[in-house]
Design a protein around this ligand. Structure first.
Ligand code: ADP
Ligand code: MG
Length: 578
C-alpha cells in the first residue's frame, strides 16, 4: 500500500512518491512525468492526458481543460451528451494518475496527498477532496503548492532561516507567495496572484504578432483556426526556451504563412506581461512586511518560469544569478513526495510543520451610525494572517438578541463582501433585557479552513457558537468584482470631490494591511462624519486636509517595492562605473 503525492495542476499534473530515502517522480504509462489535465470523450469513453490534449484542437466540443479554475463552483461541462462537474473531471484525472502509478509501483495506492493553490478557499479544498473520493482514493491532507515547493528546497538546507519567494507561473494563473522556513516550520507569510495571467497570454501575444505580420485578422479566425494557431504559438514559445530564434508556420485554407520569431521579439511583445508579474510580486512582498532584500531565494515554479526571459527578469529584479534558481515545474511534486515521506513517518525525514495563511479577511458586520442602511465590515482576521489564528474582540449592543453576520472579503462595507455565516445569541436571560451588552466575539480559523465563531455575553457568560466549514455560495473573483461594481453603482450621490475622497480611502483600505489600513479606516470614518454636518465649508476644509494624506498613502500602496529597494544599490553601481 503506497501513499502518493499529486500535483493536480490546471494544465499538467504530476505524481511523486517517497522511495528508497528520496523523492521520485513517477512516469505515466506513456513514459512522461507530466500528464496534461485534460479530459475528452471518444465514443462514450473517457480519455485523459496527452491523447485528450491532442483532441482539444480536433474535437473541442468533446474535450475540456482548465476545469481546476472552477473547482468548488456550480458549473457544468457538456462533452457531447455527457455532463460533468469540475470535481468529476478532476476525479477522472486523479483516477488516471492513480492507475498509472499503481502500474509503475506494482502495488495499490491507498492514499493521496494533493496540492492546491494557497488561495483556494474551503469549498475549493473540499471539492478537491471530493474529487479524490470520487476517484476511489483517500485524501486526508491538502498541501498548499508554495509550501510544497518551499519544503522541497528546504530539505537541501535545513540549517539556516530562509525566506522564499515562490513564483508559480502556470498556464493560466500566476501565484506568488512569501514563505518563511525556520527549523522545521514552513510558514506562508503572504500570497498574491493574478487569475488571468499565465503561459496562455504569451501564446496569445505570439499568435497576435504572427497575424499582424502576416496580415491576418486574429479576431476573425474560426474557433478551430484560433486553437491551432495558439497551439503553434505555444510550440514556438517552448522552442524559444531552448534556442534564440525559430520559424513559426501556420496553414489557413490553401495558404501557408510563416514568421521568424526571436527571443528579442518575444521580449518586446511580452513586456506588458512582465510588468504585471512584477506588480503581483511587489504586492506579495509588501503584504509580508518584507522587502526584496529579505528574500533569500526565489523559486520560479510552473511551466511559464521555464522561459529564459522570465528567469533573467527575476534575476535582474532580485540581484541574483539565474543559476541560483532551481528549475521549476517539478518542485511542487518534489515537495509532495517529501511530504509523503513525512506522512509515512520515515526516519529519513524530520517531521515538518506546514502552516497556512488566510487568503482573505474575515469579519463581522457592525452598525454604520452615519449611514445605517450600509453596515461596515469590522475585520477580525486580516488577510494573510498566519493560520491557525484566534482573535477576539468586544462589541457593544443594546439588542436583546445580538446577531452577527459573518463575511469574507476586502470591501469596506459589509455588503461588498461575501456572507459566509450567521450567529445569534438568542437565549440571554430576561434580567439583562434592554441593557447595553458587551459581547466578546471570537474567531478561530484553522489550517483546514474551518472557521469557528463564538459569541459570549460577558456579564452572564452565556455563549453560542457556529462552525463554518464552507461558504454556501462561493463566488469567483469575477463575480465578486461584478457584485462590487453593482453595489458601487447603487451608492449615494455625493458631490464628485467628496466621492473621490471616499473612493480613494476605500481603495487604500482594500489594498493594504496593518497600520495603513487602520489609518485609511480612521480617515474614512472622520470624513463620513464631517459629511453628515452638511456644512460645505467644513467639508471642503476636511477634504483639503485629508486628500493629500490619502494621496501620499496611495503613493505608498501603489509603489512597487522594487523601485524603492535598490535605489541606493544603483547609485553604488554608478559610482563604481566611474
Ligand atoms: P499549471 O500549473 O497551470 O497546471 P504548468 O505549471 O504546467 O501549469 O505550466 C503550463 C504552462 O507552461 C503552459 O502555458 C506551457 O505553455 C508553459 N510551458 C511549459 N514548458 C515551457 C517551456 N519550456 N517554455 C515556455 N513555456 C513552457
Ligand atoms: Mg501548477
Amino acid at each position: 500500500m503506497a501513499i502518493i503525492g499529486i500535483d493536480l495542476g490546471t494544465t499538467n499534473s504530476l505524481v511523486a512518491v517517497w522511495k528508497d530515502g528520496k523523492t521520485q517522480i513517477l512516469k505515466n504509462k506513456l513514459g512522461d512525468e507530466m500528464t496534461p489535465s485534460v479530459v475528452s470523450v471518444e465514443d462514450g469513453k473517457i480519455l485523459v492526458g496527452k491523447p485528450a490534449k491532442e483532441r482539444l484542437v480536433t474535437h473541442p466540443e468533446l474535450t475540456v481543460s482548465g476545469f481546476k479554475r472552477y473547482m468548488g463552483m456550480k458549473k457544468e461541462f457538456h462533452l457531447g451528451d455527457m455532463v460533468f462537474s469540475p470535481e468529476e473531471l478532476s476525479s477522472l484525472v486523479i483516477a488516471k494518475l492513480v492507475e498509472d502509478a499503481e502500474a509503475t509501483l506494482g502495488e495499490k495506492v491507498e492514499e493521496a496527498i494533493i496540492s492546491v493553490p494557497a488561495y483556494f478557499n474551503n469549498d475549493q479544498r473540499f471539492a478537491t477532496k471530493t474529487a479524490a473520493k470520487l476517484a476511489g482514493i483517500t485524501c486526508n491532507r491538502i498541501v498548499n503548492e508554495p509550501s510544497a515547493a518551499a519544503l522541497a528546497c528546504r530539505m537541501q538546507d535545513m540549517s539556516v532561516e530562509q525566506t522564499f519567494l515562490v513564483v508559480d507561473f502556470g498556464g493560466g494563473t500566476l501565484d506568488v507567495s512569501v514563505v518563511d522556513c525556520f527549523e522545521n516550520i514552513v510558514e506562508i507569510q503572504s500570497i498574491a496572484g493574478d487569475n488571468h495571467l499565465g503561459g496562455r497570454d504569451f501564446d496569445e501575444v505570439i499568435a497576435k504578432k504572427f497575424c499582424e505580420e502576416n496580415g491576418i485578422d486574429f479576431n476573425r479566425l474560426t474557433e478551430v483556426e484560433r486553437g491551432t494557431l495558439l497551439r503553434r504559438a505555444e510550440v514556438c514559445k517552448m522552442e524559444l526556451s531552448k534556442t534564440t530564434s525559430t520559424r513559426m508556420h501556420f496553414r489557413m485554407g490553401e495558404k501557408e504563412y510563416s514568421l521568424e520569431m526571436t527571443e528579442d521579439i518575444l521580449i518586446e511583445i511580452a513586456g506588458n506581461l512582465l510588468l504585471r508579474l512584477k506588480k503581483v510580486m511587489s504586492k506579495a512582498i509588501k503584504d509580508s512586511g518584507r522587502t526584496p532584500r529579505d528574500i533569500t531565494k526565489v523559486l520560479p515554479i510552473g511551466g511559464t518560469c521555464q522561459m529564459p526571459m522570465i528567469r533573467i527578469y527575476l534575476a535582474y529584479l532580485f540581484h541574483k544569478s539565474v543559476d541560483e534558481m532551481p528549475s521549476g515545474d517539478r518542485i511542487v511534486a518534489y515537495g509532495l513526495g517529501t511530504y509523503c515521506g513525512i506522512k509515512m513517518q520515515n526516519k529519513d525525514v524530520k517531521d515538518v510543520l506546514l502552516t497556512d495563511v488566510c487568503p482573505f479577511s474575515l469579519g463581522t458586520e457592525v452598525t454604520n451610525y452615519l449611514e445605517p442602511i450600509r453596515p461596515i465590515m469590522s475585520v477580525m482576521i486580516e488577510r494573510n494572517t498566519v493560520l491557525p489564528a484566534k482573535i477576539s474582540q468586544v462589541y457593544h449592543t443594546t439588542s436583546d438578541i445580538p446577531m452577527f453576520n459573518i463575511y469574507q472579503g476586502e470591501g469596506y462595507y459589509a455588503e461588498e463582501n461575501v456572507k459566509i455565516g450567521f450567529l445569534a445569541l438568542d437565549d440571554l436571560p430576561d434580567d439583562i433585557k434592554g441593557m447595553r451588552k458587551h459581547i466578546e466575539l471570537i474567531f478561530a480559523y484553522d489550517i483546514n479552513g474551518i472557521l469557528e465563531v463564538t459569541a459570549k455575553e460577558l456579564s452572564t457568560g452565556q455563549e453560542s457558537s457556529v462552525t463554518i466549514v464552507s461558504a454556501n455560495n462561493p463566488l469567483s473573483a469575477d463575480e465578486i468584482e461584478e457584485k462590487r461594481n453593482k453595489m458601487k453603482q447603487i451608492g449615494f450621490v455625493e458631490e464628485e470631490e467628496n466621492q473621490e475622497v471616499i473612493a480613494l480611502a476605500s481603495r487604500i483600505y482594500e489594498e493594504s494591511v496593518g497600520s495603513i489600513r487602520d489609518r485609511a479606516d480612521y480617515l474614512l470614518q472622520m470624513f463620513l462624519n464631517i459629511l453628515q454636518s452638511n456644512s460645505p465649508i467644513r467639508i471642503r476644509k476636511a477634504r483639503e486636509q485629508i486628500l493629500p494624506i490619502l494621496r501620499s498613502m496611495e503613493l505608498y500602496v501603489n509603489t512597487d517595492v522594487f523601485d524603492m529597494e535598490f535605489e541606493d544599490d544603483f547609485e553604488e553601481f554608478e559610482e563604481e562605473d566611474k
